[in-house]
Write a protein that binds this ligand. Structure first.
Ligand SMILES: [Fe+2]
Length: 256
């Protein structure tokens, strides 16, 4: 799907005005990367670290989204697409289904280096985009969007949102006999990542049913997260989630 075919998302697409970033903003980016890289090098999964190299992130300047897309697109079909801010659910799913990752272009200021309530370009690009270079993860994410965009049932979408939360945002993976991180919320936050590494957070094996019934809490640091064994497992789980959602929709139609 091309950008001009997007319906719900079309009003949110913008241009990244790269030349308008200030020297101070490039320095804040540099500081953010400098703070996160040491922990990431030891505790991020292989696929994230490979993706980081592939998309060509630079430490000393903000990422140019078009340049990242030029690296990603031939590999997995994904683009890193500038949007004006937080997207309504339908617009968000529509973009994922089209392999376009909605990416904010604003950057947090120096006085909120550790945390921003709304995602910024550091969370979106440093946190999310390296994983889009991995074919299986990239296919999983597109499939997630293509399933959710067809669903109107809010309760069902909330449950599927937990799958997104506990994988794309806060996912862990067992690798090299250790727990590694791949979710953007853990990658981009020192506090959340340290919480996982230092055992402040219980880590359970990823089970789709349990993930779908585990509510999301955004008001405190995580006390429970889930570790997959492989990205193939995640890809398969999305197919199981699609079957589960279809069953639930069939049941609710019959119940009317
Ligand atoms: Fe995110």
């Amino acid at each position: 799907m091309l950008a001009e075919h997007l319906k719900a998302a079309a009003p949110y697409l913008i241009e990244q005005k790269y030349s308008e970033y200030s020297a101070e903003q490039h320095q804040v980016w540099q500081e953010l990367v400098r703070r996160r890289r040491p922990q990431i090098e030891s505790h991020a999964c292989r696929e994230y670290l490979e993706g980081y190299q592939i998309i060509g992130l630079q430490e000393d300047r903000l990422p140019n989204l078009a340049a990242i897309t030029a690296q990603l697109k031939p590999r997995t079909g994904w683009s890193t697409t500038a949007v004006s801010g937080f997207l309504p659910a339908q617009a968000f799913f529509e973009m994922l289904a089209a392999r376009m990752f909605p990416t904010t272009t604003w950057l947090r200021s120096r006085d909120s280096l550790e945390y921003t309530p709304e995602p910024d370009v550091f969370h979106d690009v440093f946190g999310h985009v390296p994983m889009h270079a991995h074919r299986v993860f990239a296919d999983f994410l597109q499939h997630y969007g293509s399933v959710c965009v067809r669903i109107n049932d809010q309760e069902l979408l909330e449950q599927l949102g937990r799958l997104f939360w506990y994988t794309v945002e806060f996912g862990l993976i067992r690798q090299d006999r250790a727990i590694k991180v791949y979710g953007s919320g853990v990658i981009s936050s020192h506090r959340e990542c340290t919480n996982v590494i230092e055992g402040g957070c219980q880590v359970r094996d990823f089970e789709l049913e349990e993930v779908l019934r585990t509510p999301v809490r955004v008001d405190r640091i995580h006390s429970l997260l889930f570790a997959i064994e492989s990205f193939d497992q995640l890809y398969e789980a999305m197919h199981a989630a699609e079957d589960w959602a279809e069953q639930r929709l069939l049941q609710s139609h019959r119940g009317r």
